[in-house]
Design a protein around this ligand. Structure first.
Ligand code: HEM
Length: 323
Protein backbone atom coordinates (compact mmCIF):
# COMPACT_ATOMS: atom_id res chain seq x y z
CA UNK A 1 0.00 0.00 0.00
CA UNK A 2 1.47 3.40 -0.90
CA UNK A 3 1.83 5.98 1.87
CA UNK A 4 0.08 9.35 1.96
CA UNK A 5 3.25 10.76 3.52
CA UNK A 6 6.17 12.23 1.57
CA UNK A 7 9.94 12.17 2.03
CA UNK A 8 11.28 15.26 3.80
CA UNK A 9 7.84 16.58 4.85
CA UNK A 10 6.57 17.52 8.33
CA UNK A 11 3.16 16.63 9.79
CA UNK A 12 2.58 18.79 12.90
CA UNK A 13 -0.20 17.45 15.15
CA UNK A 14 -3.01 19.64 16.49
CA UNK A 15 -2.38 21.50 19.76
CA UNK A 16 1.39 21.27 19.36
CA UNK A 17 1.88 25.02 19.82
CA UNK A 18 0.09 25.06 23.20
CA UNK A 19 2.07 22.00 24.29
CA UNK A 20 5.36 23.71 23.34
CA UNK A 21 4.42 26.77 25.41
CA UNK A 22 3.59 24.64 28.45
CA UNK A 23 6.76 22.55 28.07
CA UNK A 24 8.84 25.74 27.83
CA UNK A 25 7.26 27.17 31.01
CA UNK A 26 8.03 24.01 32.99
CA UNK A 27 11.60 23.60 31.68
CA UNK A 28 12.56 27.23 32.35
CA UNK A 29 12.00 26.53 36.08
CA UNK A 30 14.74 23.83 35.99
CA UNK A 31 17.34 26.43 35.13
CA UNK A 32 17.49 28.40 38.35
CA UNK A 33 18.60 25.63 40.65
CA UNK A 34 21.71 27.18 42.22
CA UNK A 35 21.65 30.61 43.89
CA UNK A 36 23.14 33.15 41.54
CA UNK A 37 23.62 30.72 38.69
CA UNK A 38 21.45 30.49 35.63
CA UNK A 39 22.95 27.63 33.73
CA UNK A 40 21.77 25.79 30.62
CA UNK A 41 18.37 24.14 31.16
CA UNK A 42 19.88 20.88 29.83
CA UNK A 43 23.52 19.82 29.39
CA UNK A 44 24.75 22.39 31.94
CA UNK A 45 28.14 20.81 32.61
CA UNK A 46 30.79 21.02 29.91
CA UNK A 47 33.98 19.01 29.77
CA UNK A 48 35.40 21.62 27.44
CA UNK A 49 35.00 23.60 24.23
CA UNK A 50 37.71 22.65 21.77
CA UNK A 51 38.80 24.11 18.46
CA UNK A 52 38.28 21.84 15.45
CA UNK A 53 38.37 21.66 11.67
CA UNK A 54 35.37 20.27 9.76
CA UNK A 55 36.38 19.18 6.25
CA UNK A 56 33.59 18.48 3.76
CA UNK A 57 34.49 15.50 1.52
CA UNK A 58 35.23 16.26 -2.12
CA UNK A 59 33.61 13.13 -3.61
CA UNK A 60 29.98 13.47 -2.49
CA UNK A 61 27.07 12.44 -4.75
CA UNK A 62 24.74 15.19 -6.01
CA UNK A 63 21.93 14.21 -3.63
CA UNK A 64 24.09 15.31 -0.67
CA UNK A 65 25.42 18.51 -2.24
CA UNK A 66 23.27 20.96 -0.30
CA UNK A 67 23.89 23.52 2.44
CA UNK A 68 27.36 23.29 3.93
CA UNK A 69 27.98 20.10 1.94
CA UNK A 70 27.50 21.93 -1.39
CA UNK A 71 31.20 22.00 -2.15
CA UNK A 72 34.47 20.78 -0.61
CA UNK A 73 35.37 23.24 2.16
CA UNK A 74 37.20 23.39 5.47
CA UNK A 75 35.22 25.08 8.27
CA UNK A 76 36.69 26.16 11.59
CA UNK A 77 34.53 24.98 14.49
CA UNK A 78 34.05 24.93 18.26
CA UNK A 79 32.91 21.64 19.76
CA UNK A 80 31.35 21.54 23.23
CA UNK A 81 31.33 18.19 25.06
CA UNK A 82 28.78 17.93 27.89
CA UNK A 83 26.81 15.80 30.36
CA UNK A 84 23.00 15.85 29.97
CA UNK A 85 22.16 16.54 33.62
CA UNK A 86 24.79 15.60 36.13
CA UNK A 87 27.79 17.48 37.53
CA UNK A 88 29.34 14.12 38.47
CA UNK A 89 30.74 12.35 35.41
CA UNK A 90 30.44 8.92 37.08
CA UNK A 91 26.64 9.05 37.05
CA UNK A 92 24.40 7.40 34.47
CA UNK A 93 23.63 10.20 32.02
CA UNK A 94 23.47 11.39 28.40
CA UNK A 95 26.70 12.77 26.87
CA UNK A 96 26.48 15.56 24.30
CA UNK A 97 28.69 16.70 21.43
CA UNK A 98 27.62 20.04 19.97
CA UNK A 99 29.43 21.42 16.92
CA UNK A 100 29.39 25.04 15.83
CA UNK A 101 30.77 25.71 12.34
CA UNK A 102 32.03 29.27 11.90
CA UNK A 103 31.80 31.75 9.00
CA UNK A 104 28.96 29.93 7.29
CA UNK A 105 27.28 32.16 4.72
CA UNK A 106 23.74 31.72 3.45
CA UNK A 107 20.07 32.14 4.36
CA UNK A 108 19.50 31.13 7.98
CA UNK A 109 16.57 29.45 9.76
CA UNK A 110 16.95 31.75 12.79
CA UNK A 111 18.18 35.31 13.21
CA UNK A 112 19.91 34.80 16.57
CA UNK A 113 23.25 33.93 14.90
CA UNK A 114 24.02 34.97 11.32
CA UNK A 115 27.22 33.09 10.45
CA UNK A 116 27.13 29.75 12.26
CA UNK A 117 25.82 26.26 11.61
CA UNK A 118 25.28 24.06 14.70
CA UNK A 119 24.99 20.26 14.81
CA UNK A 120 23.74 18.82 18.11
CA UNK A 121 24.25 15.19 18.96
CA UNK A 122 24.13 12.81 21.92
CA UNK A 123 25.35 9.28 22.61
CA UNK A 124 22.17 7.36 21.76
CA UNK A 125 20.56 6.78 18.33
CA UNK A 126 17.03 7.75 19.44
CA UNK A 127 15.26 10.29 21.66
CA UNK A 128 12.97 8.94 24.41
CA UNK A 129 9.79 10.94 23.60
CA UNK A 130 7.76 10.49 20.39
CA UNK A 131 6.50 14.06 20.17
CA UNK A 132 5.90 17.22 22.21
CA UNK A 133 2.78 15.85 23.96
CA UNK A 134 4.69 12.71 24.98
CA UNK A 135 7.60 14.80 26.32
CA UNK A 136 5.20 17.06 28.23
CA UNK A 137 3.63 13.96 29.82
CA UNK A 138 7.12 12.88 30.89
CA UNK A 139 8.00 16.22 32.47
CA UNK A 140 4.66 16.41 34.31
CA UNK A 141 5.06 12.84 35.61
CA UNK A 142 8.67 13.55 36.68
CA UNK A 143 7.65 16.71 38.56
CA UNK A 144 4.81 14.87 40.32
CA UNK A 145 7.45 12.70 42.01
CA UNK A 146 6.37 9.44 40.36
CA UNK A 147 9.13 6.79 40.55
CA UNK A 148 11.12 6.59 37.31
CA UNK A 149 10.39 2.83 36.99
CA UNK A 150 6.68 3.66 36.82
CA UNK A 151 7.21 6.52 34.35
CA UNK A 152 9.39 4.30 32.15
CA UNK A 153 6.38 2.08 31.40
CA UNK A 154 5.12 4.81 29.05
CA UNK A 155 8.62 5.68 27.81
CA UNK A 156 10.25 2.41 26.76
CA UNK A 157 13.07 4.26 24.93
CA UNK A 158 14.26 5.68 28.25
CA UNK A 159 16.02 2.34 28.72
CA UNK A 160 19.51 2.83 27.34
CA UNK A 161 18.94 6.58 26.77
CA UNK A 162 21.10 7.41 29.79
CA UNK A 163 24.09 5.17 30.34
CA UNK A 164 27.39 4.71 32.15
CA UNK A 165 30.09 7.09 30.92
CA UNK A 166 32.68 6.27 28.26
CA UNK A 167 36.38 6.50 29.17
CA UNK A 168 36.57 9.78 27.24
CA UNK A 169 34.23 12.04 25.21
CA UNK A 170 36.55 11.24 22.26
CA UNK A 171 35.74 7.51 22.36
CA UNK A 172 31.97 7.36 21.97
CA UNK A 173 29.58 7.62 19.01
CA UNK A 174 26.96 10.40 18.80
CA UNK A 175 23.66 10.76 16.88
CA UNK A 176 21.35 13.70 16.05
CA UNK A 177 18.32 11.56 17.03
CA UNK A 178 16.02 14.03 15.26
CA UNK A 179 15.90 14.70 11.50
CA UNK A 180 17.01 17.67 9.42
CA UNK A 181 16.35 18.86 5.90
CA UNK A 182 19.07 18.42 3.26
CA UNK A 183 17.85 19.96 0.01
CA UNK A 184 14.40 18.34 -0.30
CA UNK A 185 14.94 15.23 1.77
CA UNK A 186 15.18 14.44 5.47
CA UNK A 187 18.43 13.14 7.00
CA UNK A 188 19.78 12.19 10.40
CA UNK A 189 23.38 12.73 11.46
CA UNK A 190 25.87 10.62 13.34
CA UNK A 191 29.46 11.23 14.48
CA UNK A 192 31.80 8.26 14.76
CA UNK A 193 35.13 8.37 16.59
CA UNK A 194 38.26 7.20 14.83
CA UNK A 195 39.71 3.96 16.22
CA UNK A 196 42.89 5.98 16.78
CA UNK A 197 41.08 7.95 19.56
CA UNK A 198 40.73 4.85 21.74
CA UNK A 199 42.95 5.14 24.80
CA UNK A 200 42.36 1.61 26.10
CA UNK A 201 41.74 3.19 29.53
CA UNK A 202 38.66 2.73 31.75
CA UNK A 203 36.49 5.44 33.32
CA UNK A 204 38.19 6.90 36.42
CA UNK A 205 36.55 7.24 39.84
CA UNK A 206 36.43 11.05 39.86
CA UNK A 207 33.57 13.52 39.33
CA UNK A 208 35.48 15.39 36.59
CA UNK A 209 37.28 12.53 34.88
CA UNK A 210 35.81 13.23 31.41
CA UNK A 211 37.44 16.67 31.29
CA UNK A 212 40.69 15.13 32.55
CA UNK A 213 40.56 12.42 29.85
CA UNK A 214 39.96 15.06 27.13
CA UNK A 215 42.78 17.20 28.48
CA UNK A 216 45.28 14.34 28.85
CA UNK A 217 44.66 13.17 25.29
CA UNK A 218 44.62 16.56 23.55
CA UNK A 219 47.69 17.91 25.31
CA UNK A 220 49.77 15.48 23.23
CA UNK A 221 47.66 14.08 20.39
CA UNK A 222 44.94 15.10 17.91
CA UNK A 223 41.59 13.30 17.66
CA UNK A 224 39.42 12.54 14.66
CA UNK A 225 35.75 11.77 13.98
CA UNK A 226 33.78 10.91 10.83
CA UNK A 227 30.62 12.97 10.28
CA UNK A 228 27.91 10.84 8.65
CA UNK A 229 24.43 11.36 7.17
CA UNK A 230 21.58 8.90 6.74
CA UNK A 231 18.89 9.56 4.12
CA UNK A 232 15.19 9.05 4.76
CA UNK A 233 14.14 6.55 2.10
CA UNK A 234 10.70 5.59 3.48
CA UNK A 235 8.39 8.20 5.08
CA UNK A 236 6.56 5.60 7.22
CA UNK A 237 9.33 3.27 8.43
CA UNK A 238 11.65 6.28 8.86
CA UNK A 239 9.30 8.93 10.26
CA UNK A 240 10.12 12.62 10.63
CA UNK A 241 7.62 13.15 13.47
CA UNK A 242 8.78 10.36 15.83
CA UNK A 243 12.46 10.39 16.93
CA UNK A 244 11.98 7.27 19.09
CA UNK A 245 12.10 5.28 15.82
CA UNK A 246 15.62 4.37 14.74
CA UNK A 247 16.06 4.57 10.97
CA UNK A 248 17.30 1.16 9.90
CA UNK A 249 20.97 1.31 8.90
CA UNK A 250 20.51 -1.87 6.84
CA UNK A 251 17.91 -0.08 4.70
CA UNK A 252 19.69 3.28 4.56
CA UNK A 253 23.34 3.13 5.67
CA UNK A 254 25.11 6.17 7.09
CA UNK A 255 27.40 7.86 4.52
CA UNK A 256 30.55 9.77 5.46
CA UNK A 257 30.30 13.42 4.37
CA UNK A 258 33.00 15.15 6.41
CA UNK A 259 35.99 14.63 8.69
CA UNK A 260 36.31 16.36 12.05
CA UNK A 261 39.84 16.96 13.25
CA UNK A 262 40.52 18.20 16.75
CA UNK A 263 44.17 19.27 16.83
CA UNK A 264 46.30 18.81 19.94
CA UNK A 265 45.57 21.77 22.24
CA UNK A 266 44.90 22.98 25.75
CA UNK A 267 41.37 24.26 26.25
CA UNK A 268 40.85 24.77 29.99
CA UNK A 269 42.15 28.29 30.69
CA UNK A 270 39.64 30.25 32.86
CA UNK A 271 38.94 32.51 29.86
CA UNK A 272 38.17 29.60 27.51
CA UNK A 273 36.00 27.87 30.13
CA UNK A 274 33.99 31.10 30.57
CA UNK A 275 33.68 31.41 26.77
CA UNK A 276 32.41 27.81 26.66
CA UNK A 277 29.81 28.53 29.35
CA UNK A 278 28.61 31.59 27.41
CA UNK A 279 28.28 29.95 23.98
CA UNK A 280 24.77 29.11 22.73
CA UNK A 281 24.03 26.11 20.56
CA UNK A 282 20.62 25.35 19.03
CA UNK A 283 19.60 23.17 16.09
CA UNK A 284 18.01 26.36 14.70
CA UNK A 285 21.42 27.98 14.14
CA UNK A 286 21.21 26.49 10.69
CA UNK A 287 21.10 27.20 7.00
CA UNK A 288 17.46 27.12 5.83
CA UNK A 289 18.39 24.30 3.42
CA UNK A 290 19.37 22.19 6.44
CA UNK A 291 16.72 23.31 8.92
CA UNK A 292 15.48 21.07 11.75
CA UNK A 293 12.41 18.91 11.07
CA UNK A 294 9.75 17.28 13.27
CA UNK A 295 7.85 18.21 16.44
CA UNK A 296 10.70 17.70 18.92
CA UNK A 297 12.86 20.06 16.87
CA UNK A 298 10.00 22.57 16.52
CA UNK A 299 9.76 22.62 20.33
CA UNK A 300 13.51 23.20 20.64
CA UNK A 301 13.29 26.48 18.70
CA UNK A 302 11.74 28.71 21.41
CA UNK A 303 13.02 26.63 24.35
CA UNK A 304 16.76 26.89 23.54
CA UNK A 305 16.33 30.58 22.76
CA UNK A 306 14.65 31.15 26.14
CA UNK A 307 17.28 29.09 27.99
CA UNK A 308 20.08 31.11 26.40
CA UNK A 309 18.33 34.44 27.05
CA UNK A 310 17.73 33.61 30.72
CA UNK A 311 21.31 32.64 31.41
CA UNK A 312 22.73 35.67 29.59
CA UNK A 313 20.36 38.29 31.01
CA UNK A 314 19.80 37.24 34.59
CA UNK A 315 22.33 38.51 37.08
CA UNK A 316 21.47 37.51 40.61
CA UNK A 317 24.56 37.60 42.85
CA UNK A 318 25.29 34.68 45.18
CA UNK A 319 28.26 36.18 47.07
CA UNK A 320 30.65 33.70 45.47
CA UNK A 321 31.68 36.04 42.65
CA UNK A 322 35.40 36.47 41.98
CA UNK A 323 36.72 39.60 40.24
C1 HEM B 1 12.13 18.93 22.92
C2 HEM B 1 13.25 18.27 23.24
C3 HEM B 1 14.43 18.98 23.82
C4 HEM B 1 14.45 20.04 24.69
C5 HEM B 1 13.27 20.76 25.30
C6 HEM B 1 15.85 20.37 24.92
C7 HEM B 1 16.29 21.41 25.70
C8 HEM B 1 17.59 21.87 25.79
C9 HEM B 1 18.01 23.09 26.40
C10 HEM B 1 17.09 24.09 27.08
C11 HEM B 1 19.36 23.20 26.27
C12 HEM B 1 20.26 24.35 26.76
C13 HEM B 1 20.26 25.48 25.74
C14 HEM B 1 21.10 26.69 26.15
O1 HEM B 1 20.90 27.25 27.25
O2 HEM B 1 21.94 27.13 25.34
C15 HEM B 1 19.80 22.00 25.59
C16 HEM B 1 21.09 21.70 25.28
C17 HEM B 1 21.48 20.57 24.59
N1 HEM B 1 20.66 19.63 24.01
FE1 HEM B 1 18.67 19.57 24.07
N2 HEM B 1 16.64 19.50 24.21
C18 HEM B 1 15.81 18.63 23.52
C19 HEM B 1 16.18 17.63 22.66
C20 HEM B 1 17.48 17.30 22.38
C21 HEM B 1 17.87 16.27 21.47
C22 HEM B 1 16.92 15.40 20.64
C23 HEM B 1 19.21 16.25 21.46
C24 HEM B 1 20.02 15.32 20.63
C25 HEM B 1 20.91 15.01 20.24
C26 HEM B 1 19.70 17.29 22.38
C27 HEM B 1 21.02 17.59 22.66
C28 HEM B 1 21.45 18.69 23.38
C29 HEM B 1 22.85 19.04 23.57
C30 HEM B 1 24.07 18.28 23.04
C31 HEM B 1 22.86 20.22 24.33
C32 HEM B 1 24.09 21.01 24.80
C33 HEM B 1 24.36 22.17 23.87
C34 HEM B 1 25.59 22.93 24.28
O3 HEM B 1 26.66 22.29 24.33
O4 HEM B 1 25.48 24.13 24.57
N3 HEM B 1 18.60 17.91 22.91
N4 HEM B 1 18.70 21.21 25.30
Amino acid sequence: MSSAKEIGKEYPPEEEEQNILELGRILAKDQHVHPGKWRRGQHPKHHGCVRAKFTVADDLPGVLRHGIFKEPHVFNAYIRFSNGKSDDDRNIDVRGMAIKLLQVNGKKASVSEQFTQDFMTADNPVFFARNVRHLLDFVIARDSGKPIQEIAQNFPKLIGFSKLPPASPLETRYWSQTPYLLGNIAVKYSIKPSKANVSGKSPVDDANFLRAALKDWLVAKPAQFDFLVQLQTDPDAMPVEDPTVEWDEMVSPFIKVATIEIPAQTFDSPGQMAFCEALSYTPWHSLLEQRPLGGINRARRPIYEESSTLRHQKLEPSGEESF
